[in-house]
Ligand binder design. Structure first.
Ligand SMILES: *Cc1c(COP(=O)(O)O)cnc(C)c1O
Length: 388
């Protein structure tokens, strides 16, 4: 059988009809924690699930193919995936990270730095001078997040990766916001791709999981060994569910981003909204880079309410189709207030520096009818005016 080439074929069908036992079309779920030794000093292909498990391996293989990597390690959460890469760092190493990175990543990097496990420099990677100054300090790792959370800032992966590589650094891209359906960082020069599979890859808000995909085989082995040692590998059942969600990744995200584009255009016209951050808008400063490096603009956006935190309260209390909750990438639409929710742990000063103000709201656009989503937003915006 010829290997499937198109990513959407990989997503829909990798591992289908591969069951050697009973010819199951859908790959079986192997919950077993341990595996038979066929003889003395003769292990089988699997021994113990912390180290390796067939259900988890199939998800890892599918993710590696989708991202164009040499292999992948599936972890228990997105944060475990970030930390797995950070586990490769030593005491004298420097990590350069975006100043507006995911709140949990910001906290993890800061706390590990405070423990003296490595040094960290948070920089605005869209600022050339700041990036050059950071690279001059010869970092071991440059972490990129594009589009960024929650401001949807876009940076040029190919350019930053090339410069980082010249400075001797490895490059990791957190690709959670777009998924390999819309952005493939390894093709742009990244060494590692990090995912919170909790988001678009699973897509149904019923699993917390993560993955790291590496471009080189040696890096895959280093990561697998470390994951085995620390025990951060994902559970078989979670892997099974995530692969099931992943089957529909392409149609989901394509439909969700069409909804998001319509919503971004709608929001841009509303008087209560002072700014809309969506890379698909021509007004977005990263529009040209996003058009070149992404296969689509995604289904995440954020916007600024002119009325600040009072307007935020009225808005989130009035929505009925959107749900006030953290997380993103599921089939249902969510609204989050970064300052008090996802980015609360960052502290007011760091939020201010990153441009995350109290009037900012983030939307994760789902699969509902566009008309229902827009009329829900209309109602919530009207509620702001009524409350004044
Ligand atoms: C959610 C998220 C993470 C963390 O993933 P968990 O699965 O919640 O641990 C990391 N990076 C980004 C960009 C995320 O959105």
């Amino acid at each position: 059988m010829a290997e499937p080439r198109e990513p959407r074929t990989v997503a829909a069908a990798n591992g289908i009809a591969g069951d050697q036992g009973f010819g199951a079309v859908n790959p079986p779920l192997y919950l077993s924690s341990t595996f038979v030794f066929p003889g003395f000093e003769r292990p089988g292909s699997y021994e113990y699930t912390r180290a390796a498990n067939p259900s988890r391996d199939l998800l890892a293989d599918t993710l590696a193919r989708l991202e164009g990597g040499a292999g992948a390690v599936v972890t228990a959460s997105g944060m475990a995936a970030v930390d797995l890469v950070l586990g490769l760092m030593g005491r004298d190493d420097l990590v350069v990270a975006p100043h507006d990175c995911y709140g949990g990543t910001y906290r993890l990097l800061s706390l590990r730095r405070d423990k003296g496990q490595f040094d960290v420099l948070f920089v605005d990677q869209g600022d050339e001078a700041a990036l050059f100054a950071a690279l001059a300090r010869k970092p071991a790792l440059v972490l990129i997040e594009t589009p960024s959370n929650p401001l949807m800032r876009v940076v040029d992966i190919r350019t930053i990766a090339a410069r980082a590589r010249r400075a001797g650094a490895k490059v990791a891209v957190d690709n959670t916001f777009l998924s390999p359906a819309l952005q493939r960082p390894i093709a742009l020069g990244a060494d590692f791709v990090i995912h919170s599979t909790t988001k678009y890859l699973n897509g149904h808000s019923d699993v917390v999981g993560g993955a790291v995909i590496a471009a080189d085989k040696a890096d895959v082995e280093a990561l697998s060994d470390w994951a085995k040692i620390t025990g951060v590998t994902g559970a078989p059942f979670d892997s099974y569910l995530t692969l099931r969600g992943l089957r529909t990744l392409f149609p989901r995200i394509e439909h969700q981003q069409a909804n998001a584009a319509a919503i971004a255009e709608f929001l841009e016209r509303q008087p209560q909204v002072s700014a809309v951050h969506y890379p698909g808008l021509k007004s977005h400063p990263g529009h040209a880079i996003a058009s070149a490096q992404q296969a689509g603009f995604g289904a995440m956006l954020s916007f600024q309410l002119a009325g600040g935190v009072d307007a935020v309260r009225s808005f989130v209390e009035a929505v009925r189709v959107f749900t006030l909750a953290e997380s993103l990438g599921g089939v249902e639409s969510l609204v989050a207030h970064p300052a008090t929710m996802t980015h609360a742990s960052m502290g007011a000063e760091a939020r201010l520096a990153a441009g995350i103000s109290d009037g900012l709201l983030r939307l994760s656009i789902g699969l509902e009818a566009e008309t229902d989503l827009i009329s829900d937003l209309e109602t919530a915006l009207t509620a702001i005016d009524k409350a004044r």
